[in-house]
Design a protein around this ligand. Structure first.
Ligand code: FVH
Length: 297
């Protein structure tokens, strides 16, 4: 028996397996393309001939494959071997997919933890690598220490969908930041300002903007969009027209920032012209407030 089995040795699965080996754990591996196991076997891992063999080798099984369909496909021949084991799925997916897989695992007698990896492969095994988990609490209690070899392990609750929910929320925040930053570099670059020269000004500004987030969070939690507003949406809509015009004038496509202008205009048209930026969250909700309140009980 091994301490842990890892199914999937892409860039991330290999990093996970490497960190587990480095922490002194015994590791069994499986990958569709067997050659990817070789470097890890040279470091002491055992390569299994099938997913079933890999599952049978450990009480704790980590899957890190491309998408959830890949996980179902890979585990199909091993589904009867899962009983009495813990399946930790670190494949990126949606909350609904995680909940469905938790059910799938339960019908096979397995405990299930879903995970979201807030790191790139070189960070794995370091404290900076945050890994979010949700699902069976008893499984996290039993295996949290072992999973700690992969990075800082944070358990979010017994609803398996919580880890992917937070994972995707954090990733969308990152991509939103990248959108703005990419546009900003394109804009300054249009006048041949080197990106590295603009960088200190950009990072200082983003640092200042970050300090506004606690007020934004407070406003969203309390639906307080209209007290002490210093930058109302009507003003922002007018300024945003300039952002689009300036970009087009500099031969820079506004495609990354234009959706934000549309949302601000929608908010102004919906009566939020005097409201704070935080109120935009209301424009994104596709279920009315009263209905959400009812659903929340
Ligand atoms: N790499 C990253 O920066 C991010 C960080 C955050 C988390 N993501 C998610 O992790 C999952 C795996 O990502 P990855 O980087 O390891 O991805 P690849 O290097 O492309 O490896 C994919 C593995 O999936 C296997 N695979 C694909 N299709 C099948 C299939 N039909 N049957 C069995 N296995 C399959 C593939 O096998 P092979 O091509 O080597 O034979 C790799 O093991 C992912 O959800 C990210 O979103 C990574």
């Amino acid at each position: 028996m091994s301490d842990i089995s890892v199914i999937g040795l892409g860039a991330m699965g290999s990093a996970l397996a490497g960190a587990l080996l480095k922490s002194g754990l015994s590791v069994t591996l499986w990958n569709r393309s067997p050659a990817k196991a070789e470097a890890l076997v040279a470091k002491g891992a055992v390569a299994a001939a099938s997913v079933k063999d890999a599952v049978e080798a450990s009480k704790l099984v980590v899957a890190c494959l491309l998408v959830y369909d890949t996980v179902y496909e890979a585990f199909e021949p091993a589904k009867d071997a899962l009983a009495g084991r813990t399946l930790v799925n670190l494949t990126n997916g949606t909350p609904a997919q995680a909940r469905e897989m938790a059910q799938w695992a339960a019908t096979r007698g397995a405990d299930y933890l879903d995970g979201g990896i807030m790191a790139v492969p070189p960070m794995i095994g370091q404290a900076e690598a945050l890994i979010l988990y949700s699902g069976a609490h008893a499984a996290f209690a039993a295996h949290g220490k072992t999973l700690g070899a992969l990075g800082a392990a944070r358990y979010l609750g017994d609803d398996a969908g919580l880890a992917p929910l937070h994972d995707i929320a954090l990733l969308t925040a990152m991509y939103g930041l990248f959108s703005g930053v990419t546009h900003a570099f394109a804009l300054t670059g249009s006048e041949k300002v080197p990106a590295e020269k603009f960088l200190p000004m950009l990072t200082n500004w983003l640092g200042a903007v970050m300090t506004w987030l606690p007020d934004m969070a407070r406003r969203i939690d309390s639906s307080d969009y209209r007290s002490d507003v210093v930058s109302n949406l009507e003003m922002q809509a007018a300024a945003f027209d300039n952002f689009i015009a300036a970009s087009e004038g500099q031969s820079v496509s506004p495609e990354l920032i234009a959706p934000m202008l549309q949302l601000i205009k929608k908010a102004v048209a919906s009566g939020y012209g005097d409201a704070d930026q935080a109120s935009l969250v209301e424009m994104l909700r596709t279920r009315p407030h009263a209905e959400r309140q009812r659903a929340a009980g």
